[in-house]
Write a new protein. Structure first.
Lengths: 471, 189
């Protein structure tokens, strides 16, 4: 059990590219592919996911550091290793985790050849950039960093727990183009974010004219933390909280709207291009909102004693309270309860696929029903591009893939993904269609499964569906 | 869905999960090392400062010298549980600049919330003149058991004693001070 727990812990800790489902993208045999590109080609006539089992997605990771770097067996003291990592990492490194659980997923082809699909899924998404300066301050203190301005603006983190209700339509518009759109309704259960912060903290040695030995200065602080759905939990019994949060999953919380757009274009017999934009949306936080905003500048010199003439029994001056009041006045922390809106992290996918090998199924070399379109073949090679907008700008990844339909009932896709932090991410996905049952599993960073502790990121998706193919 | 079908599904699901957990192993790691993680920041922080004019040692109204001036300030963080658990050593540094032609005795008395003295120290400040002030430095390193006593306190009483004073006395006694806190922060459970 301990072993399993450790494995899960390691997964969570390592679990780097949140939300990049590079293995599933373009794998048309999986109905959930429509969530990655609403304009994907849909082979089936109808599908429905097994409730709660149709898609489980876990993804997490960190740039620049793995579990092994910290917890690996070594003669070097763990504290030395942590300290070395703190200095090695930059404030652009980040830690992230994403989890999605599909509750319902279904789809059907209408008489007008439009494939409608919809469903509900729950998502947790977390990212924090590494606040390097604050880590140094916490680890080493300020003694060896006189005159060094510690950057408070490095704090940048977001965490969201929400339910997504979605409905989409997909249609082959011309022989070459399939396009789709999906509208999304977000029901936010909890959200916390602190981005675009600023300010510095510096300790300088005073000169002859200074009040005291040092000057501790917070300059131009502007630090904001938005919370939504958190403040009301404060006074609650811990047993009430799960019920309250689940209630918010069903429109009890804050609401948002968004859309996914996608298109697939058959260039010729062999080449297919596709692209999608996901979560082009916004969540309006208006209920249960608390924003804490600290702004200002202050220089601390310590406490000045003025030796007032006091008669016996008179109490002394409240220097410490006065100091606290003074700081609160100079750097006030305002609590704002007015609403705010939050953009969803927009994701962009694009792919170019070259199909070759034997032709498959009904689409023979001469398919009168499919003139001009790409002929379905049993093998494909291609490239994919992925990017997601994060607080400090887009994160990007490139993927090379090889697809092979091994038998009528089994397809596999292998990927090799590169991002600025890892050049050895190999992934594999397998889809089986046995009768009407569809099962898929996709995972990346397989080279690291031998010792997941060394992986900087792990991504896993799996699920079951029932698919009814065209007669 | 019929029960048999459900079974058919649970099995492969379980196999996949177990398979992943078995294939995905974590090697050569020791998570017990988490217990050894300890943060050791060394924090430099200003303490108190003052400027006492020589005239404050003489009461013009009653025509008598005031030989001891005393003042108290809270240092509220000093007896926080976190500080009590983490503080290993505190180096106090006091720098007096004296332009009053008298030696001073300066007492620092740390009191708990209940007004009990938990730690005390004193120093002598050498006399100077208005033309050439004299600097006296005083360092007090507190560690070991004394740290326990020090962190019971949440305020400090500073008493400045002059041997004698008269209305003609001139000059200022200035103090600047700071503390270096050596912390060891670990997860205590």
């Amino acid at each position: 059990m301990r072993y399993v727990l450790t494995s899960i812990l390691a997964l969570c800790l390592t679990v780097c590219f949140a939300q990049n489902k590079q293995v599933l993208y373009g794998l048309d045999e999986v109905p959930q592919g429509l969530l990655l590109n609403p304009g994907a080609k849909v082979p089936q006539k109808m599908h429905f996911g097994i409730p709660f089992l149709s898609q489980l997605h876990i993804n997490g990771g960190a740039t620049g550091v793995s579990v092994y770097d910290i917890f690996g067996k070594s003669d070097v003291d763990i504290n030395t290793r942590i300290r070395n990592k703190i200095f090695e990492l930059s404030n652009k490194d980040y830690f992230t985790a994403t989890q999605q659980l599909e509750i319902i997923n279904f789809g059907w082809r209408s008489k007008k050849e439009i494939y409608f699909s919809g469903g509900i899924y729950q998502e947790f998404d977390f990212i924090t950039y590494f606040p390097r300066d604050l880590a140094i301050l916490a680890w080493d203190g300020n003694r060896d960093y006189l005159d060094y301005p510690f950057d408070l603006g490095e704090v940048s983190a977001t965490a969201d727990l929400l339910t997504v209700y979605h409905f989409g339509a997909n249609k082959q518009i011309t022989k070459k183009i399939t396009a789709g759109i999906r509208v999304k309704l977000y029901s936010s259960m909890m959200s916390i974010r602190s981005t675009d912060n600023a300010g510095t903290f510096t300790t300088t040695l005073g000169d002859a004219n200074s009040e005291n030995i040092y000057e501790h200065t917070v300059a131009d602080a502007d630090v904001k933390v938005h919370t939504s759905g958190i403040a009301s939990l404060d006074g609650m019994e811990s047993s009430e909280i799960p019920g309250e949060i689940i209630g918010r999953a069903f429109f009890g919380g804050n609401i948002g709207f968004g859309a996914d757009l996608g298109v697939t274009y058959d260039i010729n017999d062999n080449f297919t291009a596709s692209a999608s934009i996901l979560d082009l949306g916004v969540v309006f936080h208006s209920k249960d909102v608390e924003t804490y905003h600290a702004t200002g500048s202050y220089t601390l010199d310590g406490i000045e004693l003025i030796f007032p003439p006091l008669s016996a029994g008179q109490s002394t001056l409240p220097y410490y309270d006065n100091l606290e009041d003074e700081i609160e006045e100079e750097i006030p922390i305002d609590t704002i309860t007015s609403g705010y809106s939050q953009l969803r992290p927009v994701k962009f996918n694009a792919a170019l696929k070259y199909s070759f090998g034997k032709t498959m199924g009904k689409s023979g070399e001469c398919d009168c029903m499919n003139m001009g379109g790409t002929v379905e073949r049993d093998q494909a090679l291609g490239v994919q591009f992925y990017s997601i907008f994060r607080p400090k700008g887009p994160q990007m990844a490139g993927t090379l893939f090889y697809y092979r339909r091994l038998w009528e009932f089994l397809s596999a896709k292998a990927t090799y993904t590169m991002d600025p932090y890892s050049f050895s991410n190999v992934g594999l996905g397998v889809v089986t269609d046995i009768g009407k049952f569809n099962f898929y599993v996709a995972a990346d960073n397989l080279l690291r499964y031998g010792n997941i502790a060394k992986a900087k990121s792990v991504s896993l998706q799996l699920g079951f569906n029932i698919k009814i193919d065209e007669e | 869905m019929p029960l048999s079908m459900k079974k058919n599904f649970l099995k492969p699901l379980a196999i996949v999960f177990l398979g992943l957990l078995v294939v995905a192993c974590v090697k050569d790691t020791d998570f017990d090392q988490a217990d050894d993680i300890v943060l050791t920041p060394v924090v430099e922080l200003d303490l108190i400062y003052f400027n006492i004019d020589a005239s404050e040692f003489y009461d013009e109204v009653s025509g008598t010298p005031i030989l001891t001036l005393s003042d108290t300030t809270e240092i509220r963080f000093l007896d926080d549980t976190e500080i009590q658990e983490s503080l290993k050593r505190a180096d106090f540094y006091f720098r007096f600049t004296n332009s009053i032609p008298r030696d001073f005795l300066v007492d620092f008395q740390f009191l708990s919330e209940q007004q009990d003295t938990t730690y005390a120290t004193q120093t002598t400040v050498i006399q100077g003149t208005v033309a050439s002030p004299v600097v006296t430095e005083f360092e007090e390193i507190v560690e070991g058991d004394d740290i326990l006593a020090l962190t019971m306190a949440d305020r400090v009483v500073v008493s400045v004693t002059i041997p004698d004073a008269d209305p003609s006395l001139e000059g200022t006694l200035n103090l600047k001070s700071k503390t270096t806190y050596y912390l060891e922060v670990r997860d205590r459970q």
